[in-house]
Design a protein around this ligand. Structure first.
Ligand SMILES: [Zn+2]
Length: 493
């Protein structure tokens, strides 16, 4: 008896080691003190007479009724059909329902430059404080129901946050917690472990896989041998690896077996002059992007390589838009979310970028941005899986959640139709995560992870900004109340 009991205990312990908590945990009731953020309690809900954008890229369907039963979508039926008995009907004439956004480059930290002044100067070290209070609420309030952290600064914090959200004790999206940045010597922020060898890379990946992270991200100064070791170890744990690379070029990373590359075509260094193997070049990809025109021989070869090897590309246009002089300013609703310090820092840096208008540097920034848009379109046309996220870092002008909406708008500016852009921001991310049967589009049986927006994003993508209710696992959160609760706190905590 004692032996059998011990065996049972050992089996439970073994099962919990090295097993990541799934991105989509079984839904738990929300704690009582968080109920104030709920507009629609879970139950049988009919979203009546609503326009449906289903996330597959199909045209919007007018006057539909979407039935939610608990945490799942029960059915989508014509608005003229009677609402089944037992359903609470909400008349949403004029509104649109679309899948929750699957944000694939969505950090949970803020980038802090100590003592920054109007010249842009600041003191070392660069610090990235956790935004474990404001960021999850900002994401969910703006329609992000699933997100990947895409490089963690405090992986334990992010894992704890995921556990608390999954248990209903905190509010936020479903989380794919990415392990710590896999970075060699030269990290630009101080809170990173420095990988010193392939063995070290393997050890780091094995340790954090054991702690329950869902994915990994390699960074700018990793060597090919270290990246290979990290990818092999992650794949051994059935976890995927993405990279914001520099020392390793895109073709090299493809050959090593990477699953995903961040930042569109902005950080490929294969054509950078003087590029040394395993070293980040001074241009960090700028010369390559300036040289690689869409439909050029180099672009065609690279895109074929990526598509043939099923390597996904993450579009992060909002963070690069910030480098283009005279880009769109932040709106008042975004500034309202920021701490006074975060606003000041953003405005200093934005003014510096604006002063680059008409200069060679400013023109090059605009040229790179244009080339990247063309390459992202070409990648999709060739059958590549383009996924999306805002990357809230840079000059502080990319805000969680708001940035995810901006990404959809910029994809439309890049030439995608609104429903194509929405697919990139929803179903494509779910497909990459292996969760397309559960989230990312609207169909019977899928999670009730949905956004209700006032207006019609299929006609004007900017209507994705008009989020009213965000359903996660069938719980309808009040977007305005969530935003109010973090007012002035992004940049602070
Ligand atoms: Zn990032």
């Amino acid at each position: 008896m004692t032996l059998r009991l011990l065996t049972a205990v050992a089996a439970i312990a073994l099962a919990s080691v090295g097993t990541a908590a799934p991105v989509l945990a079984p839904p738990q009731p929300l704690s009582t003190d968080l109920q104030r953020y709920v507009r629609i309690a879970p139950g049988r809900i009919a979203l009546a007479h609503v326009r449906v954008i289903d996330g597959t890229g199909a045209p919007a369907a007018e006057d539909q009724t979407l039935l939610i039963d608990g945490a799942r979508i029960a059915a989508v039926q014509p608005g003229s059909a009677p609402v089944p008995s037992g359903y609470q009907a909400l008349d949403l004439t004029g509104a649109t329902v679309m899948p929750g956004i699957v944000g694939m480059h969505n950090h949970l930290f803020y980038l802090q430059r100590p003592n920054i002044d109007a010249s842009g100067a600041s003191e070392d070290p660069l610090i990235v404080p956790q935004m474990s209070f404001s960021a999850p609420r900002l994401y969910l309030a703006n329609g992000v129901t699933t997100m990947r952290t895409t490089g963690s600064v405090e992986p334990d914090t992010d894992l704890n946050l995921k556990r608390e959200i999954d248990a209903g004790r905190l509010i936020g999206p479903h989380l794919d917690v990415t392990g710590p940045y896999l970075e060699g010597e030269g990290a630009f922020f101080i809170q990173a472990h420095t990988i010193t060898s392939p063995e070290d890379a393997r050890r780091e990946v094995a340790y954090w896989a054991g702690q329950g992270v869902n994915s990994f991200k390699a960074y700018m100064h990793i060597t090919r041998a270290e990246l290979k070791a990290a990818i092999d170890e992650a794949h051994h744990h059935h976890l995927k690896v993405t990279g914001h690379l520099c020392s390793v070029t895109y073709p090299e990373a493809v050959a090593l077996g990477i699953d995903n590359l961040e930042h569109g075509f902005f950080v490929n260094t294969q054509l950078d002059p003087g590029k040394q193997p395993d070293k980040c070049s001074d241009g960090a990809g700028d010369p390559t992007l300036l040289a690689m025109k869409p439909d050029s021989a180099e672009a065609n070869a690279l895109i074929k390589l990526l598509v043939d090897h099923h390597v996904a590309i993450t579009s992060t246009l909002p963070v690069f838009e910030q480098g283009v002089p005279l880009h769109a300013p932040l709106q008042a609703r975004q500034m309202n979310a920021m701490s006074p310090q975060a606003k000041e820092s953003y405005l200093y840096l934005r003014n510096l970028t604006a002063s680059g208008a008409g200069t060679k540097h400013g023109q090059e920034e605009a040229e790179k941005y244009k080339n990247d848009l063309g390459l992202e379109r070409q990648f999709v046309a060739a059958g590549g899986l383009l996924i999306a996220g805002p990357d809230p870092t840079g000059n502080g002008g990319v805000i969680p959640g708001f940035g995810d909406q901006r990404e959809l708008e910029l994809l439309v500016e890049a030439g995608f139709s609104p429903v194509e852009a929405i697919r990139i921001g929803t179903l494509n991310g779910a497909t990459y995560l292996g969760l397309a049967d559960r989230i990312g589009s609207i169909a019977a049986g899928k999670n009730a992870d949905l956004i209700v927006v006032r207006g019609n994003p299929a006609a004007d993508i900017r209507d994705v900004e008009k989020v009213d209710i965000v359903f996660k696992d069938g719980v309808g959160f009040d977007s305005a109340k969530l935003l109010q609760s973090v007012k002035g706190h992004y940049g602070q905590y």
